[in-house]
Design a protein around this ligand. Structure first.
Ligand SMILES: Cc1cc2nc3c(=O)[nH]c(=O)nc-3n(C[C@H](O)[C@H](O)[C@H](O)COP(=O)(O)OP(=O)(O)OC[C@H]3O[C@@H](n4cnc5c(N)ncnc54)[C@H](O)[C@@H]3O)c2cc1C
Length: 373
């Protein structure tokens, strides 16, 4: 396996759970792991994720501090850290004499022979999870997350009576600017500490100073007073509805972000990568010599994303209204299923029709009609 990040470790875990009898080697470029990202997702069963660190039962969406509240039940919004998830996976890997993690190996792939080569060796199957650079011109979701500590209980309104996290903010939009959408994403972990993520949808990235200026302005407007940034994380995710890559070699499979598991309209991928790893592990258990892998995300869901992205790129100024209307005009569980790719065709049409924009509806019909047959 090339890369032992989110999807590579999910696959190692899935093979271990199935007691795969073969040998598994993970080649990872990094020589050590860092706590470099925070993964969050909606789930009805947080106990299925032993590495989850916090959950919230309510979410807020709005603009410029005026936010509506939505009860997510039966879902919760759950979060884990790279440290917690990687630690969980490494502990499982250590228990298996047939699973080896080689750190500090930056491997390339050669698919010219019958068996693929990677890291200077031939393999029966190579699973590639190395992230790829987005193609030039791709719309990007890019963000800087700052872990902020306050000397007082400034995030207390987001806690329940016992002081546990109750509510988080999925999107609090900044005033629209031409050519991009930007918003704050806030995960309050305690009354004194939270992750504030300045997020943009735009064709190009911005400087660290631009993110930090937005963060300071937001904190001054909505959480005024002294604060301290204790850590930061950054991300750049492609918002492209390109189909996943074709198989180019019978013994070579691409998964994770490079295998089409990232939902381009939201940037979420953690659960899709977990599901994709489970499907690949099943396929390997079934016939390791002829692995058949279903697409990471169904074609219908990719069509819905394409509609969204078409609309967004042509109407950036409408972006905040679009996301706020989606929450305001749908039962929250339906919208969560929609965002998590588990909604039915009927629900997809209901969600998309809740945004009453004529061109949007026309594209919706032409893109979704083939799936109604
Ligand atoms: C900061 C951040 C926050 C995110 N938050 C969320 C979230 O809240 N919810 C969500 O669902 N998604 C989130 N995502 C999106 C997505 O889930 C992650 O990007 C996820 O880590 C992608 O998994 P992956 O396996 O494709 O890539 P990675 O996790 O990046 O793993 C790829 C691995 O390949 C290794 N590698 C690269 N080149 C080589 C090479 N030549 N040889 C060997 N190894 C190599 C890398 O070192 C890395 O460890 C976030 C992304 C980022 C960056």
């Amino acid at each position: 396996m090339l890369g032992a990040g989110c999807s590579g470790l999910h696959l190692a875990l899935a093979l271990l759970e199935r007691r795969y009898p073969g040998k598994v080697t993970l080649l990872e470029a990094r020589s050590r792991y860092h706590n470099d990202r925070t993964w969050s997702f909606f789930t009805e069963d947080p106990s299925a994720f032993p590495y989850v660190r916090h959950t919230w039962g309510e979410v807020e969406v709005g603009a410029q501090g005026q936010r509506a509240r939505y009860n997510a039940a039966p879902f919760v919004y759950a979060t884990t850290t790279a440290s917690a998830f990687v630690g969980h996976a490494l502990a499982a890997i250590r228990t298996s004499p047939r699973t080896h993690l080689e750190l500090g190996v930056r491997a390339e792939v050669d698919l010219s022979g019958r068996k693929p080569w990677a890291g200077g060796r031939a393999w029966d199957l190579v699973v590639d999870t190395r992230p790829q650079m987005p193609a030039p011109g791709t719309l990007l979701q890019h963000f800087l997350g700052a872990f902020v500590e306050f000397p007082d209980a400034r995030l207390a309104p987001f806690m329940d009576a016992s002081g546990k996290p109750k509510r988080c903010v999925l999107m609090d939009f900044y005033p629209p600017k031409p050519g991009w959408v930007s918003f704050m994403y806030l995960l309050p972990f305690s009354a004194q500490r939270g992750l504030f993520e300045v997020t943009y949808f735009s064709p190009s990235r911005v400087t660290q100073t631009a993110y930090l200026n937005d963060l300071s302005a937001y904190l001054a407007a909505h959480f005024p007073g002294p604060h301290r940034i204790v850590r930061m994380e950054k991300g750049v995710l492609p918002m492209s509805a390109q189909p996943p890559p074709e198989r180019v070699h019978p013994a070579y499979v691409e998964i994770g972000s490079r295998g089409g598991a990232l939902k381009p309209s939201t940037g979420y991928g953690f659960l899709a990568m977990r599901a994709q790893a489970a499907a690949l592990a099943d396929a390997i258990m079934n016939d390791a010599d002829a692995v058949v892998l279903p697409p990471a995300r169904p074609a219908r869901k990719r069509a819905v994303d394409a509609i969204f992205l078409d609309y967004l790129t042509n109407n950036f100024a409408e972006g905040p209204m679009l996301y706020q209307r989606l929450f305001a005009h749908n039962p929250t569980p339906r919208l969560i299923r929609f965002l998590g790719d588990t909604s039915s065709l009927k629900e997809d049409v209901q969600v998309m029709s809740s945004v009453p924009i004529l061109p949007f509806t026309r594209t919706l019909l032409t893109r979704l009609l083939p799936f109604a047959r």
